[in-house]
Design a protein around this ligand. Sequence first.
Ligand SMILES: Nc1nc2c(ncn2[C@@H]2O[C@H](COP(=O)(O)OP(=O)(O)O)[C@@H](O)[C@H]2O)c(=O)[nH]1
Ligand SMILES: [Mg+2]
Ligand SMILES: [Zn+2]
Length: 421
Amino acid sequence: MLNFIKGLLEKKPPAKERPPYYSIVCPFCFSKFEPEEVVFRANHIKDNDDDFMLQEDLKLNNWRRKFNLSQVDMEAIIEPHTIPEQNQVYSHNVLVAVSDRYGVETKRRLCPQCHNELPISAGKVPSNIISIVGASQVGKSVYMTSLIHTLQHTTASNFNAACIPLSAEISRKFRQNYHEPIFERGSMLQSTNPNEQQEPFIFQFVFKDPDQAPLTLVFFDVAGEGMVEREYIDIYASHIKNSSGILFLVDPLQIRSIRDRIHIKLGEEEGEFANRYDEPREVVISLFENFIAHQHNSKTNIPTAIVLTKSDMLQYLKEEDSEYIQSNSNVFRNVVHKGFLNQTEFENINGEISRFIEKVDRPFKDAVDVYFTNTAYFSVSALGTNPINKQVTGVINPTRVDEPFIWLLHELDYVEKREAL
Ligand SMILES: Nc1nc2c(ncn2[C@@H]2O[C@H](COP(=O)(O)OP(=O)(O)O)[C@@H](O)[C@H]2O)c(=O)[nH]1
Ligand SMILES: [Mg+2]
Ligand SMILES: [Zn+2]
């Protein structure tokens, strides 16, 4: 009897009814379309057939140009509507393969807008794009690197999952351009050159339990300064609009009252201090007006984590009975969530940081409250230490970096939130 009751209690809540298929958000250009709108890449070349010879692919090359990637010639595009029904293959109600007029099958499904090859799971599982946004110099690139590092090394195993780059090319670029410089050499990145836009980093977060749908994670490292170019703004706009979750980064040093205080405490040995700041409130307003409001003209319910970065710097504010940060503050303590979002830890950090933000930058908090309905507050340190002259001397010691991400997973119904037993 007891086991029976226990069994009932442990039973997972009934799974939400799965729709027959899901709309696809392209992880490369972020356009949104239905699975039947995909096109295919031929799996072979025929030199003596104009249709099937190696050829220029305008859509793909246009996309590649935006990210300063080399121009390429490709196999033919196959439009599914030209293929008789008996030569189309469906899996889970999604068109996944076609055979061309030579009888050669292709499973290379492409985005109809940019002609990049879609992940195998596209259309069969929800597409979840997580955007990392914030003003220039808030720490987006460093945080993205530290987050992916942590997802791969600890979060994945804590949630019985694996975090896998979508392609060998993404894996290599992430390692060479981000992970090795920061985690192996301790050197900070040059600020993202607006003329050399980094294409999105795409990872699959796959649970070992086959009943749990995987997530496609897209991290787009935005050059804040580059957001003036029309083409780039367009990509960025659909990126945000079609996101399932937003990590909105705020640098405590962008907040004037905090900056002045830390300046006084640090005196001479102050290390890196960006000299130009956008007020967080201006960033949130421009984010909303340029990228979100266009569509809905009201609040957005995209879950948005407001993330205070560089929390290691807050040690200069900490004092017993300080009105800002006390010595026993949650921000200095790393917390590991394992299997679920720990409710008490979540409520502690959310409460502390939202009160902190309210105290130091009320206009920003008000703007967030006006535009976003589903928010929570976090603090992270991607490095655990303050680099001097763009160089970290000791070991990198990330603090609470995956917590906002796990909260987003919870809001998207991938993990539960509860008290530790
Ligand atoms: N103290 C401290 N500084 C950080 C941390 N993360 C980033 N920074 C500093 O912030 C600078 C800008 O970071 P970056 O990620 O390039 O900013 P982005 O312009 O938003 O991509 C870095 O060069 C570091 O000096 C952190 O966790 N702690
Ligand atoms: Mg950057
Ligand atoms: Zn696309």
